[in-house]
Structures are given as C-alpha cells and as structure tokens.
Design a binder for this molecule. Structure first.
Ligand code: N2P
Length: 364
C-alpha cells in the first residue's frame, strides 16, 4: 500500500492497519476566502461525521503554486476556469466519476457546456459558482469627488489617471490578479482580452502604470471590509465580494452606502470549479462534499450568503429575491453580451506578465 505524507497522522494509522473507512473521516479543503455560508461546512460535518480542515486563498496564483509544488495534502480545491484548464493539462487533477454523484443532475447544463471548453467532457470538474469582475464604490464619497453626472459603470474611474487622481484621497484598491486585471485592461483599450502579444501587454501595462500613483493598494480580499468600513472608496474586485461589502455596510448602519457596477466597457466572466487533486489523500470525502454542495438547499443557502451565482437549477427557487433579481449577479443580456471568458496563458507569456505586473505594483 502506498503511504502518502498524510499518513503520518494518527488517523492514517488506521488505514495502514487495514481500516480504510477512517481515512475518509477527514477532508482537507482549500477554497477562496468568503466563499461559503457560515453553516455550510458545519452542517456537512454534522451530517457525515467527517472533520473538515478548511484553508483559504484569494488568488488563482496561490492555488496553482501549491498544486504545482505537489503533495499539497488538499482533497478539494476551487480553481477558476482558465487556470484550471492548464492545470488539467499538467495532470494536476483526478477524474470525477459523475455516476457517484446523485445530485449532479442539478447542474445547469448550459453552464457545464461552457466549462467543457476547458475540460473535455467535464471529466475533472464540477462547477461551483460563477461571476464577474466589476467596480464597487462608495456612492457618497465618489459622487462628492467626481460630481453627480459621472458614469459610475465605467472603468474610467480606475484607469484614467485624471479621474483616479480625484479619488486618491478616499482610496482605490485593485485586485492583485495579473491575468484577470490585464485582460480587462486589454479589453478596455480595444484589444483582445486574451492577447499574448508583447505590444498589447506593454500598452495595457502603461495604462495601469499611469494610474498606479493614485492607487492605495493591490489586494484580492482586503477590499471587502475596507469598502464596508469606508476605508477605501473604490475597488476593482469580484462581484460577490463587492456585494458582500455592500451588505455588510448596510448591516452596520453607519451610513456607508456601497454600490456595484459591471463595467460598460465589458469585463471578465469566470467560473470556479470543484476539482480533486491527483494526489488527494481523501478523494472519497471530497466526493461526498461535492455531492452535498450539489444539493439545491445547500447551494441556495451558500448563494444567498456569498452573493455569487450558483450553477444549480434545484437551488433557483430557493434563492432570495435579493440574489435572483440582482443584475450584478445575474446580468441582463445586453451586459452579458460584453463579457468575455479567459483562456489559459502559455508559461512564456505568464513570465512576461508576472514581470510587468510586479513593475506596475512597485511603481517602477
Ligand atoms: C471569493 C472570490 C471568488 C471569485 N472571495 C474568484 N473567482
């Protein structure tokens, strides 16, 4: 029997001595931060007796680094479509036997069809949630600086230096996500969002570099609480996270009024997927968790809490109106038409992108 590094624990002693059941009483999850409702994991533990170790990340790059290093110890991870595509090609994931998932029928087939472009036959993934990257802003602070008539659904707010300069004092935050942000800037300047041309990279990097002096920071999760508390006034971020900021601000009742818009210039549409690393120590427990997430009631309560759309048809009737009628979560067709999907970058382009990004961040 192959003894994995996870078998150094007491639990695994049982496996080595022949009781395979004990192995699957543990589940090591690595998911995005702010991406489950408070009772999602606790209810699963209660129902199954499986102990969940739950770690979080806030970037695809962080997840990829762990996966590619190997022996991450994780059983279930949540990559976004474009990153996932190249991870599959690199053999990072094991196949998922859908016949063992009694709730797989709840998956929205139209969305699964889109994801299949990244993973033929969807052999290695089950969709978890989807969303966009957009603009979250403090209505009063921004209007006070840009005037009542400024279009608050335009990336000009973040990418035109003369506009960003007016918001510098109240604080601008940008996602620390090079591939995603660069694709949005490419699209903003009228180039192919997925371009790997060095001249497009240079042009988009220049746009960011010119606005950079007016940014407070690059980070991919801190903006939720900062926006809710009034510590920043604009953020380029993930739609659900920005809507969580709006919700938290409203609940705090301190007069912080947050709004969210999908950029009229168009933006990135992403899908986050559940996938089981090839060397996962507890794949059976991961399957149980996937099947649990696929339940309509579980997916709905998760979506109602995190403000992200779930690709689950059984969840739809259980969604709060605040979610199902929210155009920031389920965009109208005209907005959808302007969304684009990212494809995986080549390692060669990635190196140039990483260099350009670090120059932008450090203001060099
Ligand atoms: C959750 C962010 C998930 C969206 N905080 C990124 N794909």
């Amino acid at each position: 029997m192959k003894i994995s590094h996870a078998c150094l624990s007491a639990v695994c002693a049982a496996v080595i001595s022949g009781s395979v059941v004990a192995e699957d009483k543990v589940l090591n999850i690595y998911n995005w931060s702010d991406y489950v409702s408070p009772d999602t994991v606790a209810n699963f533990e209660k129902e199954t007796g499986i102990k969940v170790n739950y770690d979080v990340y806030d970037s695809n790059e962080a997840l990829e680094a762990k996966l590619m290093a190997g022996s991450s110890g994780y059983d279930l991870v949540f990559p976004s479509n474009s990153f996932f595509e190249r991870q599959v090609k690199a053999g990072a994931y094991q196949a998922i036997d859908k016949s063992k998932l009694s709730n797989y029928k709840n998956i929205d087939q139209q969305l699964a069809g889109k994801v299949a472009r990244h993973d033929e036959g969807n052999k290695h993934n089950v969709p978890y949630a989807w969303g966009t990257v957009g603009i979250g802003y403090n209505v009063d602070m921004v209007k006070a600086r840009l005037g009542e008539d400024f279009q608050l659904d335009s990336l000009d707010m973040l990418l035109k230096p003369e506009v960003a300069a007016k918001l510098q004092d109240c604080g601008i935050a940008i996602l620390d996500s090079p591939a995603e942000v660069m694709s949005i800037v490419n699209n903003y300047i009228g180039e192919d969002p997925n371009s790997e041309s060095m001249s497009d990279l240079k042009a988009s990097a220049k746009v960011l570099a010119e606005a950079r002096p007016y940014y407070k920071y690059f980070h991919s999760s801190q903006y939720i609480s900062d926006l809710a508390n009034g510590d920043i006034c604009v953020a380029l971020g993930y739609n659900g996270d920005l809507l969580q900021a709006k919700d938290r601000a409203a609940e705090a009742g301190q007069g912080v009024n947050i709004s969210f818009s999908i950029p009229k210039e168009g933006t990135l549409l992403w899908f986050d997927l559940m996938a089981i690393p090839a060397d996962a120590p507890h794949p059976e427990a991961a399957m149980q968790y996937i099947n649990y997430i696929l339940r309509g009631d579980v997916a709905a309560s998760l979506s109602n809490y995190v403000f992200y759309a779930v690709p689950n048809t059984a969840a739809t009737p259980m969604l709060d109106a605040e979610i199902s009628e929210n155009k920031g979560i389920y965009p109208i067709q005209a907005v959808k038409d302007k969304l684009f999907i990212q494809v995986a970058h080549t390692p060669k382009f990635d190196r140039s992108l990483t260099r350009a990004w670090s120059n932008i961040k450090t203001g060099r």
